[in-house]
Ligand binder design. Sequence first.
Ligand code: EPU
Length: 422
Amino acid sequence: MEKLIVRGGNRLIGTVKTSGAKNAVLPIIAASILGETPSHLDEIPKLEDVRTICGVLKYLGVKIDDSKEHELTLDTSRISAYEAPYELVRTMRASFVVLGPLLARKGHARISQPGGCAIGSRPIDLHLKGFEALGAKISQDHGFVDAYAPNGLKGADIYLDFPSVGATENIMMAACLADGTTTLENPAEEPEIVDLANYLNQMGARVRGAGTDIIRIEGVKHMRGGEHTVIPDRIEAGTYMIATAMTHGDVIIENVLVEHQKPLLAKLREAGVLIEEDIDRIHVACPGELKGIHVKTLPYPGFPTDMQAQIMAMMTICNGRSSVMETVFENRFMHVVELNRMGANIVTSGARGALIEGPAHLTGCEVNATDLRAGAAMILAGLVAEGQTIIGNLHHIDRGYEDIVGKLQALGADIQRINVKE
Ligand code: EPU
């Protein structure tokens, strides 16, 4: 079993480059199913989740060439299956995003129902309502969701009760090959939605309004493969910004789209962090003390839930009181127990609110990465804790951070990956 050993106390100094965005690349790979000719994708992060979605596509008959680093060529000219089995879907909920494009291309898709996960029950009702509105017959049996539309889908007006990222992506992809126009109201507005729409349009789709509160998709009869460079990962970049702030470091983060970072930058500035923005790089420094801040997670352009655990790790060492209100997920405080074991002073009220009194003197101990972002929070706490922090369950971190150990080491952190006997 592998573990991370972090010895706290080093300031982070230098330059780090952000990889392509995990949450953009997964639906983009799935969207390739819509194209009848090969697609070529660039800035593909080396992540476990990318390997998983490629596994699903291979199972469906897609030929994938991943021989070039950070690139993928997907030959989707022949899709031979319409079913994605449990073994492939269970390791990653996001596999469910193949349902929309598969249904549109084949007229039939059968995907194992994704289970809940550490951060909540995560239902799929909004995805299914959308497919039904497009005319698909949906049934659920033996743990599978079956979506059937042998005569094709029909454009429809769809209102999402909540701006779900996955439902917006799935419905948007399905609607690309529907007969007529689909209007999607109250969709997610995340940058990853815009990146997906840009790729779909490259493939011959007609998607307008992605990134606003209404998306219109005029169906087309056929789509071809596309060429696309995936946007930088705003959550990975944000994690390095917080690491810099916590260690009172001085770091330039390259390959960032500054406009995607606004909600985080506002909060970091409020906490006393110095930030200089350029078009595609951000300089972060923190010579002074960190002040307590108050954060409420919201759909984009609000503060991202995927940064909540990391900012809470920072709050533990801020001067004064901080607070977090998690409004997107019902159970995303798994890191609280672990941070408190390291000496933090966090009190939760229900599953959505937390008060953090700082600054705490963190001390290293054995902790677990309970999910991807909680794992990142453990690393951040370890970077400033006295002594040694040993982090287990690394598979969560490997799902979403490309070479986090190498990147932090290059900035001067004392962090190592080791093999331990079980
Ligand atoms: N929801 C429903 N019904 C649905 C779909 C969602 O009630 O049919 C609820 C969920 O239970 C949750 C909320 O809506 O409470 C938000 O879920 P959403 O569908 O927006 O999230 P997702 O598509 O499952 C993506 C990211 C997550 C990120 C969320 C929110 C990917 C692969 N995953 O998940 O990323 O937290 O959007 O921004 O894009 C991560 O990277 O660590 C991560 C969890």
